[in-house]
Design a protein around this ligand. Structure first.
Ligand code: NAD
Length: 482
């Protein structure tokens, strides 16, 4: 296996501008998903470390929050440049640590940089509201950053998802403490040099590594952190909302999904197939918006199933560092075991038409041949539960009503994809499906101005565009007699 250059032997916290060990000196093993052996140690944060980080963020808050929007935006542009300057190193780190194919990891720096540039533009363009009641009263809104934001992020495309929170929080004038996911802390070690190079003052951004139940929980429980932005699993999200109630914190929850792809017989078959293959097998299927339940109108069902199985069999599974690889290694042996459990459950619940095993040429590492199950009943566990790997389930439907019923038959509601040649029907479906986001004859193209988030068990709240700034600020109204 090839190790990326400049791997840090120890991944430290970054608190008040200093790289530091945990207060009690504890560390945890960081492994890669090919050898599953430790390649580094990371500081194992606990309440004392979170206390220090929150204190540093509080000290930095007055100066950072009082800067003009333009001044903060200028810094955000410098951050974006510093991110892009590390394009190759970030891709190598991300691929090595999370198992993402290097080709797909290469897009991450550009997307992360775009988050900083975009929120810089938003904060400069955003005005504040004013109201006038005849000649009697004038009222205006003051938008104020909430203070120290707590950011908690998952292990899938970790750096990019961290940037999705860091950028609006900083643009809004918050200082913050970030707790990256413990399975993939490596790319977060780049933030220190990025923020230093961009001239972000010490203490504005603080990073505490560690286990969710320890460092993450301490951040959620901290009385001086009024806001938690969380992306992760639905169960953890529920737990964080319960814990946050103690201090009545503002929370944003971007949670799990089991998103349907509805394919009508009049759809552009090639485009729909391409979209399904991309949607559930790219990023190793470890994608919150993966189209993991494919519902196909009966006249097309057998052909679609056969062709999807063929396409799945041709997906190249291999070493994450190989540019030819399309599906790399799943992030961690625990997650791999969970995905394999679902595959075994699926073999009992449905008809396996592709994959279902480790590829023969890969003896070690967390690899799974892209897997397709057909004839999956709606109460099957593989239909209902998020697998978060390269596994897709197929079921037929007979008419529009049944398509809607099946699409809505899980607890989740993050994304939905609809493929049809009849645009009126497409819009009807788009309105009826229970999800925060719908792509109609299109897939996964994001526009940062649009609301991002889910309904039902997929989340609470929307981020994206000015909504993100709303989340990281409080609106205060000032009434003035005229
Ligand atoms: P997870 O819930 O296990 O962990 C997410 C983060 O929460 C990690 O940093 C973890 O350390 C921390 N955490 C765990 N317990 C905690 C606690 N008690 N208090 C505070 N923090 C705690 O999720 P994961 O397995 O890392 O990520 C995969 C999940 O994330 C999937 O369900 C996926 O769908 C979801 N996800 C959602 C979106 C979205 O935008 N909706 C995006 C990406 C991932």
């Amino acid at each position: 296996m090839i190790l990326p250059e400049n791997l840090p032997p120890v991944i430290r916290h970054w608190i008040g501008g200093e790289l530091t060990d945990a207060a009690d000196g504890r560390t945890f093993d960081v492994t890669d998903p090919v050898s599953n052996a430790p390649y580094a140690q990371a500081a194992r944060g606990a309440a004392a470390d979170v206390d220090r980080a929150v204190a540093a963020a509080r000290v930095a808050f007055p100066e950072w929050s009082r800067l003009s929007n333009r001044a903060r935006a200028t810094t955000l542009y410098r951050i974006a440049d510093a991110v892009e300057a590390r394009h190759d190193r970030l891709a190598a780190f991300e691929s090595f640590d999370s198992g993402l194919s290097i080709t797909q990891a290469r897009g991450q720096a550009r997307r992360a940089a775009e988050n900083f540039r975009y929120f810089a533009d938003v904060i400069v363009a955003l005005g504040e509201e004013a109201y006038r009641q005849g000649e009697a009263q004038f009222s205006y809104v003051v938008r104020q950053p909430v203070g120290v934001a707590g950011l908690i992020t998952p292990w899938n495309t970790p750096f990019m998802l961290e940037s999705w929170k860091l950028a609006p929080a900083l643009a809004a004038g918050c200082t913050l403490v970030l707790k990256p996911a413990e399975w993939t802390p490596l790319s977060a070690s780049l933030w220190q040099e990025i923020f230093d190079e961009a001239g972000v003052p010490a203490g504005v951004v603080n990073i505490v590594h560690g286990i969710g139940e320890e460092a993450g929980q301490a951040l959620v429980d901290h009385p001086d952190v009024p806001l938690i932005s969380f992306t992760g699993s639905t169960d953890t999200g529920r737990h964080i909302i319960r814990s946050s109630a103690q201090h009545l914190k503002t929370t944003s929850m971007e949670l799990g999904g089991k998103s349907p792809v509805v394919v009508f017989a009049d759809a552009d078959l090639e485009a729909a197939l391409d979209s399904v293959v991309f949607g559930v097998f790219s990023l190793n299927g470890e994608r919150c918006t993966a189209g993991s339940r494919v519902l196909v109108e009966r006249p097309l069902y057998e052909e679609f199933t056969r062709r999807l199985a063929e396409r799945a069999a041709n997906v190249r599974v291999g070493l994450p560092s190989d540019p030819a690889t399309e599906v790399g290694a799943l992030v961690h042996p625990e997650h791999y075991a969970r995905v394999l459990d679902y595959v075994e459950i699926g073999k009992k619940e449905a008809r396996l038409v592709a994959g279902g095993t480790r590829p023969a040429h890969l003896a070690e590492g967390n690899y799974l041949q892209p897997t397709v199950f057909a004839d999956v009943e709606r109460d099957a566990r593989i239909f209902q539960e998020e697998i978060f790997g390269p596994v897709v389930v197929l079921a037929p439907f007979d008419d529009e009503d049944e398509a809607i019923e099946l699409a809505n038959a899980t607890q989740y509601g993050l994304a939905a994809y609809i493929w049809t040649g009849d645009l009126k029907r497409g819009h009807r479906l788009a309105h009826a499906v229970e999800s925060g986001m719908v792509w109609l004859n299109s897939h996964n193209i994001r526009d940062l101005r649009t609301p991002f988030g889910g309904v039902k068990a997929s989340g609470v709240g929307r981020e994206g565009g000015a909504r993100s700034i709303d989340f990281y600020t409080e609106s205060k109204i000032v009434h003035v007699a005229l």
